[in-house]
Design a protein around this ligand. Structure first.
Ligand code: UDP
Ligand code: MG
Length: 329
């Protein structure tokens, strides 16, 4: 029997890019050596995206859709689509052609016919510059590597959400119950072999990215907090080093005063020390606060998304509103 790939596409205000992307995807689907279904997920768009999605689902076979009740963010939208997937494999890709549909066949082949000794359960794409050169300047690559170390997530520079996973990996991913999700990290945490495949970076085909630079840094920071308690360990280490230094300094000042009778000088240095210590304490208190707020939100057990409507691909009739666990709301 032929394999079925579920292709999940989260869409947020994509009325300009989605039609261009969808035509490309349809072309590529016809050339896949297996069956495929498309699950378009509208993440609470304010433009015409839901209508476009409904039309595609009506017109094309093997296209289903999920409309969320509001904007839950890309992670929620991806999860909504992955929960709907019926395939032996599931792929997630953006709706703006930055994730080239031709890579679907490459990822499927990597999973289906791996070289001897490799057993990947997941194939993921990472961006490179034209000519296959690594992305970003040496400095930004260095920062990203430190970032990866701090979060404990071992993924290449330029890693994207463009990925295909086996049913086995998908079922484990779906069984992870946390509502604050960072999928790149979660797939990494599951730990099966991932085949990383490079592709040349593409520009968005139309419309605008919903990420600002500060939003991206915020996302990276959240990723570290979701995945690692290393910042707290570094905080404790800094505290320990400061205490040791303060002790050594105090002993030195006492000895200096007793032996040489030097008066203790240095109001400016004292001022700097107090400022530095006060700042560090506030910084790490803030960090602890962020961890506590994560625990607080997690204990509420709120679903990461709420579905408003599903349809297409044989599902046909509009279904009742339900949350991510299928409970009616
Ligand atoms: N997206 C989403 N919900 C959001 C933001 C983005 O579903 O709240 C979708 C968006 O429609 C696109 C993909 O996630 O298909 C990537 O978004 P975008 O192109 O804005 O991000 P970038 O490529 O700049 O990282
Ligand atoms: Mg994009």
């Amino acid at each position: 029997m032929r394999d079925l790939i579920s292709i999940i596409v989260p869409c947020f205000d994509e009325e300009e890019a989605l039609p261009i992307f969808f035509i490309e995807l349809e072309k590529e689907r016809k050339m896949l050596p297996c069956d495929s279904e498309v699950i378009l997920v509208d993440d609470g768009s304010k433009d015409n995206t839901p209508d476009i999605i409904r039309k595609f689902a009506e017109k094309y076979t093997g296209v289903r859709y999920v409309l969320l009740s509001r904007n839950f963010g890309k992670e929620g939208a991806m999860l909504a689509g992955l929960k709907e997937a019926k395939g032996d494999y599931a792929a997630v890709m953006d709706a703006d052609l930055q994730h080239p549909p031709r890579m679907l066949a490459v990822m499927y082949d990597a999973l289906k016919n791996p070289p001897e000794g490799e057993h990947p359960e997941s194939a993921a794409c990472y961006r490179t510059r034209k000519g296959g050169k690594p992305l970003g300047s040496p400095v930004s690559r260095f920062i990203r590597k430190r970032f990866a170390k701090l979060s404990g997530i071992d993924i290449p520079v330029g890693a994207t959400d463009f990925r295909m996973v086996s049913r086995r990996m998908l079922d484990i991913y779906l069984s992870l119950s946390e509502s604050n999700r960072f999928s790149k990290g979660l797939f990494n945490w599951i730990g099966f072999e991932t085949k990383w495949i490079p592709y040349e970076d593409e520009k968005r085909c139309a419309g605008r990215s919903s990420w600002s630079r500060s939003g991206l840094y915020g996302y990276g920071f959240e990723a570290i907090l979701s995945f690692s308690d290393k910042p707290l360990k570094y905080g404790a280490a800094l505290g320990a080093i400061s205490c040791t230094l303060a002790l050594i300094l105090a002993v030195w000042v006492v000895i200096k005063t007793i032996i040489w009778g030097d008066p203790v000088a240095g109001f400016p240095s004292l001022f700097c020390m107090i400022l530095f210590m006060g700042g560090s304490i506030l910084l790490f208190l803030g960090l602890i606060g962020r961890y506590i707020s994560k625990i607080y939100l997690e204990t509420k057990h709120r679903p990461p998304f709420v579905t408003k409507e599903t349809g297409g691909g044989g599902l046909g009739e509009k279904q009742q509103m339900s949350d991510s666990d299928g409970r009616s709301v």
